[in-house]
Design a protein around this ligand. Structure first.
Ligand code: ADP
Ligand code: MG
Length: 345
């Protein structure tokens, strides 16, 4: 196969098709391996009553972050947030992280100290311990790899695939702000590149930019669910946009779902700034990503315990249509939800 052909076929598979394709022929050989590829974390037996959960994330300069407008201290905080978010998506406690760094000679010591200050702030914020990692030089740019480890009682673990028909779909917080934060940063970057004497005007948009640069994973939601004695039937964290995460829950649960556009929670800043960019808030929520909010489902009985709680919004429910996620718009028309494509470089 020549390079062009193999590039095409990876593109056709897409990110998740590629992962499935490459991992299909691996059988687990250890009885302690409870769940492998296909959820936010792998699940391993810890002791009689509990599981360990483990997840790895990769962050590459100019793919996942642009150091023209991302301060290294914020980046350090954000990569830890993104990693522990996958632990919370299993309804688990985050406890340890390992941090791999590849860096080119362009980074001075002060830059890496700044990055590690952000990492340390996040470790304090989430009560996780940095317990190791790896360091290497890189031919170009900065590369970060994080492995996060957590623990959960066996009876509390939540997978993507546990939903039942009519379970209510809920989302924590509000959606769309990080996407708009990114639009603002990209706009200021292009203004600056066109004319470096013009300084960026970021102050009025601070909260949206903070959501993009320094998102907080929802450790508090895991605590709240436990306090309210609610164990979701399925859960995922919103890292790639609501559309993609809804499809993951449907596919893994072998169900469909319907969500109502008018129910999706937005912050007032999202409504305001989206119109300034000629974007609908729905686009920001569906395709944005990097929210690190939690999308989960509950039974009707558990829904009564969450109803009216300002941290949670019901947006729809599961249906029997295998793998099909639908959106009812404000006019009552129904659309099939498609996840945004993945770019293979
Ligand atoms: P998330 O968005 O929650 O971080 P991903 O979409 O990155 O999850 O990954 C989906 C699943 O595929 C996870 O179980 C992950 O561990 C697994 N996975 C991703 N890349 C690879 C790979 N290269 N080899 C094996 N498993 C992978
Ligand atoms: Mg995830």
């Amino acid at each position: 196969m020549n390079e062009e052909q193999s590039k095409k076929s990876i593109e056709a598979l897409g990110e998740f098709g590629l992962i499935d394709h490459l991992t299909a022929n691996f059988q687990h050989q250890n009885p302690a391996t409870v769940y492998g590829v296909g959820d936010d974390c792998a699940v391993i037996v810890r002791d009689e009553n509990s599981y360990s959960v483990v997840s790895t994330e990769l962050f590459l300069e100019n793919i996942h972050f642009d150091l023209m407008y991302v301060p290294l201290k914020h980046l350090g905080f954000k990569v830890i947030s993104a990693s522990v978010s996958d632990i919370y998506a299993m309804n688990a406690r985050a406890e340890q992280v390992l941090l791999g760094v590849g860096l080119s000679s362009r980074f001075p010591l002060e830059a890496m100290e700044e990055f590690y200050e952000g990492v340390r702030n996040a470790c304090t914020f989430y009560n996780v311990d940095l317990i190791g990692g790896d360091t290497s030089s890189s031919s170009k740019g900065l590369m970060i790899s994080i492995t996060a480890i957590g623990s959960v009682n066996k009876s509390d673990i939540v997978y993507r695939g546990g939903a039942n028909t009519n379970d209510i779909l809920m989302v924590s917080g509000d959606l769309g702000r990080p996407y708009l934060g990114l639009q603002i940063l990209e706009r200021e970057k292009s203004v600056f590149l066109a004319n470096p004497t013009i300084q960026p005007e970021l102050a009025p948009f601070d909260p949206l930019i903070k959501k993009q640069l320094m998102p907080e994973a929802r450790k508090d939601i895991i605590g709240l669910l436990s306090q309210l004695e609610v164990v979701p039937t399925s859960m995922i964290d919103i890292s790639d946009g609501l559309a993609s995460e809804l499809i993951h829950l449907c596919t893994k649960s072998k169900l469909g779902c319907i969500i109502h556009e008018e129910k999706i929670p937005y912050h007032e800043d999202t409504m305001l700034v989206a119109s300034e960019f000629n974007l609908s808030p729905l686009t920001c929520a569906m395709n944005g990503g990097e929210e690190y909010e939690l999308l989960f489902s509950v039974t009707q009985a558990d829904f009564n315990k969450l109803k009216g709680n300002p941290h949670f919004t019901p947006i729809g429910y599961f249906t029997e249509e295998l793998g099909i996620a639908r959106l009812m718009d404000q006019s009552g028309a129904i659309h099939e939800i498609k996840a945004q494509g993945w770019t293979h470089f």
